[in-house]
Ligand binder design. Sequence first.
Ligand code: SF4
Length: 449
Amino acid sequence: MRVYLDQLGCRLNFSENYTLAQRLQAAGHTVVDRPEAAQVIVLNTCAVTSEAARKSRQSVRHLHKRNPQARIAVTGCYATLQPEEAGTLPGVALVASNQEKELLHTLLEPWSAELDDPEQLARLQPDGVPFPQAPVLEGWGRTRAFVKVQDGCNNRCTFCIVTVARGASRSRSVQEVVAEVQGLVAMGHREVVLTGVHLGSYGRDLEGEARTDLKTLTQAILQETDVPRLRLSSLEPWELAEGFFDLWQEWPQRLCPHLHLPLQAGTDRQLRAMARRCTVASYRQLVAEARAAIPDLILTTDLIVGFPGETEADFQEGLAFVEEMRFAHAHIFPFSPRAGTAAARFPDQVPKSVKKERSRRLHEVVERTGRQERTRFLGTARPVLWEGEGQPITDGPGRLWSGFTDNYLRVMAVVPEGVELHNRITLTQLDELHGDTLLGRVLEVERAA
Ligand code: SF4
């Protein structure tokens, strides 16, 4: 079968689709890079906000329009929380909950017998366009790979529907994750990102001798594989093991100096109402420890604006704390009540116009701190992992490449035509800042050529 995989939402969905792509390929199916070429489309949906659920429905309709003959399988948080509605969307032939997601490749198997029929194959082929011959894992980029090490969460943050949709925390074994990373490195990946719903709780659910934690897993990956860069995705700002940040002193070259620590709110009153397991003081302390231990650390976060009961005074106090933390980037979500969460029933919902205005002020502060954070790297050189193919430029010779530093700053650089940077890590001098992108000079261009 030819399968097209798409996703909305978090890195976890991306990582799950990546794993599914590998499983499908191992079973002899072809993962294609556009819906028109597919017999089966899998959409990994999101429901973190009502807007995300709306976009999930919209994506199904859009994919069906692009290929009305393909069977669509929907999975992910929206499909888990609203399976009946998802099943009525055009083209949808299968709704798989998050619990069934791990087995999705086997759930799709019965379709293979029908769809792999040669006559049907010919009929489904779109307008004589040849199907890609090779597996299209390149479509997923061979630079960064996402490895899901944990799913679910035992916390009950009052705004969070994801934990309701994904159940209790459960982790993969250290050996299994190490083997997957080894496989990805053998396939040519230069960076691996560890993902999970509550990554910081990794390993605590495992029993007996298997019980472990994220620090041990990170050490095992760095010791037992040759992965050039290892990055941790979002980490809730609590439950990290004693001496967690020492890892960066032990592995300064390979462990990326970038942390995404969701703050959500900058006052204790709101953190309590959200049932977060941190306070402003504990967050401040954690960031101070991280900055002391990790040179050139870049910090990013998630923030909710207009949580029920948020007064102007709360907002201003939170804004000052956000400024103090010097985030380089923040995902800012205006609060949207999700049915099934405690916060949806909270009194004192904040009017939409107020959320909009506060969101604008919050963006302004984060843009300013983001600029300051990027500016301090001007004139320095950092390793950049180059992605994509390089775009031709109109105002001179050469191609424009784009990539990320180890501390997750976007960099662009022009190099002469014919220099192949894709999936290379090169030391790059950071010269100028344009918006949130640094313009750089590849210092190792000769070696990269
Ligand atoms: S810790 Fe994260 S995943 Fe768990 S309930 Fe809170 S926001 Fe949701």
